[in-house]
Structure formats: C-alpha cells, structure tokens
Design a binder for this molecule. Structure first.
Ligand SMILES: NC(=O)C1=CN([C@@H]2O[C@H](COP(=O)(O)OP(=O)(O)OC[C@H]3O[C@@H](n4cnc5c(N)ncnc54)[C@H](OP(=O)(O)O)[C@@H]3O)[C@@H](O)[C@H]2O)C=CC1
Ligand SMILES: O=C(O)[C@@H]1CCC=N1
Length: 258
C-alpha cells in the first residue's frame, strides 16, 4: 500500500514512522512546506517532499494531518490530480459530511483519529466512514491496526474519540509528570522518578487491557486496609483528582465542537 501523508508535523511524522517501523509492505511519502526538520525521515525509507502532489498519483490513500484551516488550500491543490483516491482525514473537528461537501462527494472519505504513539505502534486510532466506502476503509483499518488498535466507531463519537484517544496522550503524560515531581520531592532523581512513574503507568494499562476488568477491581488489589495507598488516593480525590480530569475532558470536547 502506498500512503501519502500531507502535513508532516507532529501527527503526520508519527504516523509515517509508525508505518515505516510496524507495517510491512507499505511505502510512505510525507509532505509539508518547510521540510528541513523532517529530512531525517528518509533514513527510514520515507519519501519527503515540499510538493503535496509529489508522486501522489501512485498513492492508494491520501492522509490529511493538517490543521482545520489548512484543509481548503490543500484540497484545492490535490483534488484535480487524485481522482477516486481515498482521503483519510485526521483533522480534528472535520466531519465526514463537511469533508464530502468539500470534495464534491466524488472521493471515498474516511475519518481517522490516531495519536502520536502511532510512532511506537501503540496508537488508539478510532475510525469511521460512510457505509458505502467500507471497502475503501478496510485497508486503512488494517494499516492502523499495525500501529496499535483501530476500533471502527460511530462518527458522532469522533470528537469524543479525539479527546479521549488523542488529547488523552497529553493528559496521561501530565499524570506521569506530576508523579515525577512528587517522586523527586520524596527522594528520587528525575530520571529514576521518570522510569518508575512511566513503567508503573504502563503496567497498570497492561493489566487493564489484558484482564478487561473495571479499574476499581485492580485498585482494590492495591489498597491494603489502613494502608498508605488508600489515604493517598482519598487525599487526591478530596482535592478533585477525578473531577478535574472529567472537567478537563469535557472542556476539550467543547473546544472541538466550537
Ligand atoms: N498532534 C496530535 O497529537 C494530534 C493531532 N491531530 C490533528 O492532526 C492535525 C495536525 O496536528 P499536528 O500534527 O499537531 O499539527 P502540526 O502543526 O504539528 O502539523 C501540521 C503540519 O501541516 C503542515 N502544513 C501546513 N500547511 C500545509 C500545506 N499547505 N501543505 C502541506 N503541509 C502543510 C505544517 O508544516 P509547514 O508549515 O512546513 O507546511 C505542519 O508540519 C490537526 O488537525 C490536529 O487536530 C489529531 C490527533 C492527534
Ligand atoms: O490539540 C489538538 O487540537 C490536537 C487534536 C488532538 C490532539 N491534538
């Protein structure tokens, strides 16, 4: 499969590297206007160009990883040369209906919402598409399954998926940062605190994904009666831990919906 990624920024590069590392038999081109910072991608067999149309006619799928306000310019440039090619958009807030309107209902369209862990084969990429394009979407779902998980969801949940699955990376990292800061205060150097905090989150996530139980069931296994975990957890909750996360997630969603 030949993948043409337009928008070689944070997300576009992570998808390109993920494909290069974790997906067999796929060729990737990445474009952006200023390519100096992504020239190194060629070391991974990725083609880099500042011309959005570079080899685009050979592509099987065009992936858009540009900002919402860049969509019209890019489409005006590429649509005349990509007849019938599938367009997969990771642009936040851009609905399938609007994308279809912008592409005159002439191109198969798929909405994808990966996160930057695609680069490490660990993205949670939610995908949706109009039923009539399910055959076009199938290889894209396969591609993103190579880069982590790729659940197909109802499009009405795509904005929510953006918040939980893409913004969520930043929320999780902020949790780790806070743990590190506390770790330093209680005696660890920064590197050791980072290693312990990150591995602990990875372990917790792995248990959840493998056991498929409610988090509280695992928490019960950690909170020894009258022990140190429960007093710490309760103190965090008194200070609004869960509540602030829920409020933050809902605020992010409001920002996407405008
Ligand atoms: N970052 C993330 O974790 C996620 C982002 N998204 C979505 O992905 C999109 C991109 O986000 P992100 O990667 O963070 O943003 P970035 O700003 O990092 O990347 C956007 C890239 O688009 C390039 N670009 C701008 N105009 C053009 C053009 N006319 N032709 C080709 N390339 C162009 C820019 O490079 P240059 O200026 O050199 O052209 C830039 O590298 C957004 O819609 C975002 O909502 C979705 C999920 C996760
Ligand atoms: O912050 C943003 O707008 C983008 C969308 C999801 C992650 N980053």
């Amino acid at each position: 499969m030949k993948v043409h990624i337009i928008g070689g920024g944070n997300l576009g590069v992570s998808i390109a590297l993920g494909i290069a590392k974790f997906s067999k038999n796929n060729q990737v081109t990445v474009t952006r206007r200023n390519i100096a910072s992504i020239q190194y991608l060629s070391e991974y067999g990725i083609t880099v160009s500042n011309d959005n149309k570079h080899n685009i006619q050979e592509a099987d799928v065009v992936i858009l990883t540009i900002k919402p306000y860049q969509v019209d310019t890019v489409l005006a440039e590429i649509l005349p040369v990509i007849q019938n090619k599938t367009i997969a958009s990771a642009v936040s807030g851009l609905s399938l209906e609007v994308l279809q309107t912008k592409t005159n209902f002439e191109y198969p369209v798929v909405r994808i919402m990966p996160n930057i862990a695609a680069q490490f084969g660990e993205s949670a990429t939610c995908i949706s598409f109009p039923e009539k394009y399910k055959d076009n979407a199938a290889p894209i779902v396969d591609l993103f399954q190579d880069l982590g998980t790729a659940p197909v969801i109802d499009e009405k949940l795509m904005d929510a998926a953006t918040v939980l699955g893409a913004c969520g990376t930043a929320y999780a990292l902020r949790y780790i940062r806070a743990s590190m800061q506390a770790g330093i205060e209680i005696g660890f150097d920064s590197n050791t605190a980072l290693s312990i905090a990150a591995q602990t989150v990875k372990g917790a996530a792995k248990m959840l994904l493998e056991e498929r139980v409610h988090p509280e069931q695992l928490i019960d296994r950690v909170t020894t009666p009258q022990g140190c975990t429960i007093v710490g957890l309760n103190e965090m909750e008194h200070n609004g831990f869960s509540s602030s996360l829920i409020k933050g997630i809902k605020t992010s969603l409001k920002q996407i919906k405008g």
